[in-house]
Design a protein. Structure first.
Length: 572
């Protein structure tokens, strides 16, 4: 369909190219297109590797009167990168993500009741056969419209229809779904007689049209770019307006940021951003040749006719080759409390040593590491079996090829052993509740109970009343000590924490919470959840940085060895 100055439709035109399979082939693997306009306030553009990080920053910037203007997401390999543009603003705002159109549009309808909130931006993320719809709401007049169409012609027809009742298109989203390109549009109440909509197969054509419309006092309000068969699709939306604007296309994120900084210095702020990432084409993976020789089974022996010796402090028997126990210095502990801590400390020392041994072995296992990671873990095990497992797979999820999680977990296990159990610590007994503000006397918001211990100052663990409960075993107390020992550790510069921001699908929508992850259920959640986007590595990354995941894994592994239930890995 071509524009025709003689053919007017209630005072506005449409210029849109028919999309065919003969478009110019693309060469770049990624493209970023943005437009800037005269800016009188603050402006930020930030990119994040996870949805959780994006939401955390969205909340923080919201408190500083910065409002999300535009959200873009692209899938890069196994990751999704989330990019946002923020501008100065006040009033209500909201952000929701759903895994289907019906639930998303129902949410939009329910939000219409609040006349102070208006949908301003939609991002669609096609993943694993599903479309995820993310909506940005900001302070507005309400009275908007939202539609999705399976082809360009139907979308244009709706655009014309809504213009007759003074609805103005403010956001368009083009995305590839199977073999077709779909379109989602967001409209607001306005004067619909003077707007433009244009689609083309090249940036140069879009730029030419932008220059032409600028002369008619029409200004871009939204742009989008989408990969389609044999090329790309550029879509622009113009409404009546004035003021300076700038349009730019970059083939790298760093190049885009450089241009953004340059334009910020000229009082131009980024208003809208669109991006596309193409699948990288490479040589086909060669088919592996059949094995001509069987793979030799490799075992790691924990116990094999080893000599045992009694520890004079705890009274427990330990392997003679276990490094000497470095008991903590005690402050404020009576003889009974000290004995309780020493017994738990001795077991925690043994368990930490065994985990350290196992990970030293894994580090040298090369291509066998993946098998050893999940050794003796039965796929499909129910949750109870998984909670009792000593396999790293059970508590940290899938082995990640060594790219990030294995080196991080290995270093955490190493630091725990060498920097915690082989160096002197301090144990403080805080048994008397003096009504003060110390955490030992206050309920932990993550559990609703007072803690059994806490590690506020590096190297000093406070032992609270619950640690000494008579119904607790020495081994359960050892698990508590292991938990505390991972505080203040920062393998690869990233701290191990109790609190994490994680996202999960609940009734079709993406719910993001910041929680203290305590106990078996929370640890299992991090090790098993696929999250909102079906990308388990996000939760697995949190499992690798959560205290209790280490405490449960080391406790299960060390206990199985100490009580003579595990002599080697794998067992078969």
């Amino acid at each position: 369909m071509k524009s025709n100055r003689k053919n007017k439709f209630i005072g506005f035109w449409i210029f849109a190219l028919l999309l065919t399979n003969s478009m110019v082939a693309f060469a770049a693997t990624e493209k970023y297109i943005g437009f800037w306009k005269t800016n009188s306030g603050s402006n930020k553009v930030l990119q994040f590797d996870t949805w959780e990080e994006f939401v955390e920053e969205w909340k923080e910037l919201g408190k500083k009167d910065m409002r999300l203007q535009d959200l873009e997401a692209i899938e890069v390999g196994d990751d999704i990168k989330f990019t946002g543009t923020w501008v100065s603003g006040k009033g209500k705002y909201a952000l929701y993500a759903y895994d289907n159109w019906t639930d998303f549009s129902d949410k939009w309808k329910s939000m219409l009741a609040d006349k102070s909130l208006q949908l301003i931006d939609v991002e669609v993320i096609p993943l694993a056969g599903k479309n995820f719809y993310v909506g940005v709401w900001d302070t507005g007049k309400g009275g908007s419209a939202l539609f999705q169409y399976h082809n360009w012609d139907d979308f244009v027809a709706k655009w014309k229809e809504l213009a007759k009742i003074d609805r103005v298109l403010i956001d368009v989203e083009a995305f590839r779904n199977g073999g077709e390109t779909k379109f989602v549009g967001v409209w607001e109440t306005g004067i619909g007689k003077d707007q433009r909509l244009y689609a083309t197969d090249s940036f140069s054509k879009l730029s030419d049209k932008w220059k032409e419309f600028n002369k008619e006092d029409l200004r871009l309000v939204d742009i989008d770019i989408s990969a389609i068969k044999n090329g790309e699709l550029y879509v622009g939306v113009w409404n009546k307006g004035t003021g300076g604007q700038y349009l730019w296309l970059a083939d790298s994120w760093s190049g885009f940021l450089t241009k953004n900084r340059e334009l910020n210095g000229k009082n131009l702020g980024l208003y809208d951003l669109a991006m596309v990432e193409y699948a990288k084409v490479g040589k086909p993976v060669p088919t592996s040749k059949p094995q001509t020789k069987p793979i030799t089974k490799v075992f790691f022996y924990f116990s094999k006719d080893q000599k045992m010796e009694k520890d004079s402090v705890s009274g427990f028997d330990f392997p003679a080759d276990m490094p000497a126990i470095v008991y903590p210095k005690f402050e404020g502990c009576n003889a009974s409390d000290r004995e309780t801590i020493e017994k738990a400390w001795a077991l925690a020392h043994h368990h930490a040593w065994r985990a350290y041994q196992f990970f030293q072995f894994l580090d040298k296992s090369g291509n066998r590491r993946d098998d050893l990671w999940k050794a003796d873990y039965t796929a499909g095990s129910n949750l109870t079996e998984r909670k009792n497992s000593y396999s790293p797979y059970a508590w940290f999820g899938e082995y990640d090829g060594g790219a990030y999680r294995f080196p991080y977990i290995r270093d955490a296990i190493d630091k725990n052993w060498n920097k915690r159990f082989l160096e002197k610590n301090t144990a403080k007994c805080r048994r008397k509740d003096d009504g003060g503000s110390h955490p030992c006397y206050k309920n932990n918001p993550g559990t609703g109970k007072t803690p059994s211990a806490n590690h506020i100052v590096s190297g000093t663990v406070n032992y609270c009343n619950r640690f000494f409960d008579k119904n607790r075993t020495d081994n359960s107390r050892a698990k508590g000590i292991l938990h505390e020992m991972f505080h203040w550790l920062a393998p690869k510069g990233l701290a191990i924490l109790d609190t994490h921001t994680h996202s999960d699908k609940k009734n079709g929508w993406c719910k993001t919470d910041t929680d203290k992850m305590y106990g078996e259920d929370d640890a299992m959640h991090l090790a098993t959840s696929k999250g909102c986007w079906g990308k388990p590595k996000y939760h697995r990354g949190m499992a690798a940085r959560n205290n209790d995941n280490y405490a449960f894994f080391i406790s299960r592994l060390g206990s199985a060895i100490y009580f003579d239930n595990l002599k080697r890995i794998p067992t078969k």
